[in-house]
Design a protein around this ligand. Structure first.
Ligand SMILES: Nc1ncnc2c1ncn2[C@@H]1O[C@H](COP(=O)(O)OP(=O)(O)OP(=O)(O)O)[C@@H](O)[C@H]1O
Ligand SMILES: [Mg+2]
Length: 626
């Protein structure tokens, strides 16, 4: 389980990493889509707000235009001019009263003389236009708004700031009065009642919006009742309105569209007029459902898009994994193919080697059989000759004793002496010939002729060591360089084989190294060494491809002597080949070793050598002989 979890976790990490850019992209597109969608949904509300503002401005504009016109008409009316010039208050009163009756929303119309004294005033009481009594006429101090009309120009109508009198919103408009001689004779001031206009403003409606609001230049609500001025209630909005004049502000709490309004266009020499402001409010309740709907729509679309991305990425990843798997399979197959080819090449090489060895073995075996056959044939006559020679020697001795050596004539004694010497040479030569024949006969030794048993390798190695010690000891003939012998332990290695031939092979190989490897020694060598190493090759390491798999024992006899000349090497296993002919070599030793290894022990005898560096003879035999 623990093993499974790790690849799955890393697979999960890969998917997450691949999905991350998608997530960001979809998130970004989702956010932009949300804004665009919301914008589209809000645009009808914005249009409503603009319409409401335009309606309010149009309505107010026409009302103020009427008022301005009325003031101008009164200011320039000739009857009023004449009445003012003659200070005829009754003529003035009748002129103003006539106008007041025709304009019920002009709450008051006053004539104020050039000294700032109110001289005539009409009022409306219960819808009836009346003249104010002379006792109620105002002095300049009672008319603070007069300051706004101080510098009226000819043919100008000017508004005072919005005011509140008797709980009603009022606005004054004034126009100067001149007499026929062009002298200023005061002004006509109309106090206009805005309640009707406010009621009409309040009736302007758009389905999703609050009623339109009108603010004076101080931020006080005019069209509807608000406890605090806008400048106090929402200073930020008020600041933006004043700065921008016209625009919109959209917040979570709703949308505000505003536009400033100048009651009259500024003219040359006039005081700068403070603008009023119209404000259309789209309440949160109208905006919120649109926001929610847009958000949900975008969220759903993003979720669907992300789901699609997950499917795509997973599919792409699956394809990738499959491709990687196929690639890995391909590589594995490629490796297996390469290994199989190497194995086949190796098997072919070993086969060729075995073929060569077989040819060599067969050649040597037939040569050995020939030699053994000849030896066998020579054995009998040689035995007769040896017996005859020894009989002749014995009879010659008997004859000498019978005749008495001293009594023999000198020529006879010399003849007998020479014959004895001759017979000694014959006997000695026959003895040596017999030894060689005995050796040759060993070439006929087969598995039936030697003892087979289970034995420990060390047992054989101990015997070899015992036999060779005299040849290395102080009594041994002197050598060109001292030679050390190291034989590894074979303890624990048990064979079911032929201990006699195996011992003979190892002894021969060590004997050869002693005899040939260090005489002469390679240049510079002060101390020669001969090592015998043993190891077991398990069955699978020496599979020769023929299906016959056995544990194999390898015994190596290694010397660091002069090595074998490449010209000599191909012949060293041939019978009678020696480089020491006449100096104690018969050339049968390696041939015999080869014979024992291949024909008796069921193995092989291999040699590697390098001139000047030494030789390595390897005996490879099965632990269990065939
Ligand atoms: N370890 C060795 N180093 C160098 N030459 C070697 C070695 N072993 C064998 N030879 C060469 O191989 C030849 C053949 O060896 P082989 O044992 O058959 O004959 P031999 O030793 O000369 O005579 P013998 O019949 O007494 O053994 C030798 O004459 C020698 O030239
Ligand atoms: Mg030899």
């Amino acid at each position: 389980m623990a093993l499974d979890r790790r690849p799955r976790a890393s697979e999960g990490r890969i998917l997450v990493l691949r999905l991350l850019p998608w997530l960001l992209l979809i998130g970004l597109i989702g956010a932009l889509s949300y804004l665009r969608l919301l914008d589209l949904r809000l645009s009808p509300l914005r249009a409503q707000a603009r319409t409401l503002l335009e309606q309010g401005i149009a309505l107010t504009g026409s009302e103020l235009a009427d008022l301005s016109r009325s003031a101008l008409v009164l200011g320039q009316m000739p009857a009023i001019g004449v009445a003012a010039a003659s200070a005829d208050t009754s003529a003035m009163a009748s002129a103003l009263l006539a106008h007041a009756r025709a304009s019920p929303r002009h709450a008051e119309i006053s004539w104020i003389d050039e000294n700032g004294q109110e001289r005539v005033r009409t009022e409306h009481l219960d819808g009836v236009a009346l003249l104010a009594t002379s006792g109620t006429l105002r002095r300049p101090a009672q008319m603070p708004w007069l300051t706004h009309f101080a510098d009226l120009l000819p043919a100008e109508a000017r508004f005072s700031p919005l005011g509140r009198e008797g709980g009603r919103h009022t606005l004054r408009a004034a126009s100067p009065v001149y007499d026929a001689g062009g002298r200023l004779r005061g002004m006509v001031v109309i106090q206009h009642d805005l309640q009707a206009m406010m009621a009409r403003l309040a009736r302007l409606q758009q389905p999703a919006l609050d009623p339109l609001r009108l603010y004076d230049s101080e931020g006080r609500a005019v069209s509807i009742a608000e406890p605090q001025p806008l400048a106090v209630r929402d200073p930020e909005l008020w600041r933006v309105m004043q700065e921008q004049g016209r625009g919109r502000r959209e917040l979570d709490a709703g949308m505000w569209h505003f536009q400033d309004f100048l009651p009259a266009e500024p003219g040359p020499g006039r005081l700068a007029l403070q603008p009023w402001f119209f404000l259309a409010h789209v309440p949160r309740d109208s905006v919120e459902p649109l926001r929610l709907a847009s958000a949900w729509q975008c969220l759903l679309a993003c979720t669907a898009a992300f789901g699609l991305a997950v499917l795509l990425v997973r599919r792409q990843r699956r394809t990738e994994v499959e491709r990687e798997r196929l690639l890995a399979d391909l590589q594995t197959n490629h490796r297996a193919l390469a290994e199989a080819k190497a194995g086949a090449d190796d098997a072919l090489r070993r086969l060729r080697q075995l073929q060569d060895e077989l040819v060599q073995a067969e050649k040597l075996a037939s040569l050995g059989l020939l030699v053994a056959g000849v030896a066998h044939e020579l054995n009998t006559p040689l035995g007769s000759a040896r017996m005859t020679a020894s009989t002749l020697v014995r009879r010659l001795g008997e004859a000498e004793r019978e005749l008495g050596a001293a009594a023999l004539p000198a020529p006879v004694a010399r003849l007998l002496e020479r014959q004895r010497a001759g017979l000694d040479i014959v006997e000695h030569s026959l003895e040596r010939a017999s030894q060689v024949i005995r050796l040759f006969k060993q070439l006929a030794v087969d598995r039936g002729a030697v003892e087979r048993r289970r034995f420990e390798l060390d047992e054989v190695l101990q015997d070899v060591r015992r036999l060779l010690v005299p040849r290395l000891g102080s009594e041994a003939p002197p050598r060109p360089v001292p030679v050390s012998l190291h034989i590894a332990s074979g303890a624990g290695l048990v064979l079911d084989s032929y201990p006699g031939p195996l011992g003979q092979v190892i002894e021969n190989l060590i004997g050869n190294a002693l005899m040939h490897a260090f005489d002469p020694p390679p240049p510079g060598l002060m101390q020669g060494s001969i090592r015998v190493l043993c190891r077991v090759d398990p069955a699978d390491a020496n599979d020769d491809g023929d299906g016959d798999r056995r544990d194999e024992l390898e015994i190596e006899v290694i010397d660091d002597g002069c090595g074998i000349d490449p010209l000599v090497l191909p012949r060293i296993f041939d019978p009678f080949f020696t480089t020491r002919r006449g100096r104690g070599g018969t050339g049968i030793g390696l041939h015999l070793c080869h014979h024992f290894c291949t024909q008796v022990l069921g193995g092989r005898l291999l040699v590697e050598t390098c001139p000047g560096e030494g030789s390595r003879f390897s005996v490879r035999i099965p632990l269990r002989a065939p």
